[in-house]
Design a binder for this molecule. Structure first.
Ligand code: ZN
Ligand code: ZN
Length: 175
């Protein structure tokens, strides 16, 4: 009697695991077919969009630039709103990022202009990219201290505004 019960429960256990696997497989197949359908839809939409764009290029360009402007305004409004409602967080963020970056850059700027040695005012010192085509972003506008910033600074020489202007003009003439 005892034995039969055990066998029965084992059998149930086995069936249970089969059911589970089967369930998982069906689920996967369903997910895959949903993804596949989505991909087909996305491709179809891309093709349609492309065709529409080719037909109405000027209109599209104008609309997207208008949309970008609207998006920028919305984002800036949101930021303003957030700052107003989270002054402590804003301050903490400032100290952690922008102020930290300013300290970091100011330390480098203590070295002064690589050409004439000017070092009185950090704001009058620029990072000039030695190879402009290597430039990934504007260091002055960057807000964080991270490896990207260090990498970008390493592509530059520190020069004062006057020397920088000379370099830019001369390199333009040289072209
Ligand atoms: Zn430059
Ligand atoms: Zn200089």
């Amino acid at each position: 009697m005892k034995r039969r019960v055990r066998q029965k429960s084992l059998y149930n256990l086995h069936r249970f695991s089969v059911d589970v696997t089967y369930d998982i497989v069906t689920k996967h197949i369903n997910i895959i077919s949903v993804i596949h359908k989505k991909l087909v839809d996305i491709r179809k939409k891309k093709e349609d969009d492309r065709a529409y764009y080719l037909k109405n290029t000027e209109q599209c360009k104008q609309r997207s630039s208008e949309q970008r402007k609207i998006n920028r305004e919305i984002a800036s409004e949101k930021r303003k709103h957030w700052r107003k409602n989270n002054p402590e967080k804003e301050r903490a963020y400032y100290l952690k990022t922008i102020a930290g970056k300013k300290d970091f850059v100011d330390k480098i700027k203590e070295n002064g202009c690589a050409i004439c040695g000017y070092d009185r005012c950090g704001s009058a010192l620029d990072f000039h990219h030695v190879n402009p085509q290597d430039k990934k972003f504007n260091i002055a506008r960057y807000t964080k201290v991270n490896s990207d910033l260090v990498e970008e600074i390493e592509k530059c020489v520190l020069v004062c505004r006057n020397c920088h202007m000379e370099i830019e003009i001369l390199s333009k003439r040289g072209r």
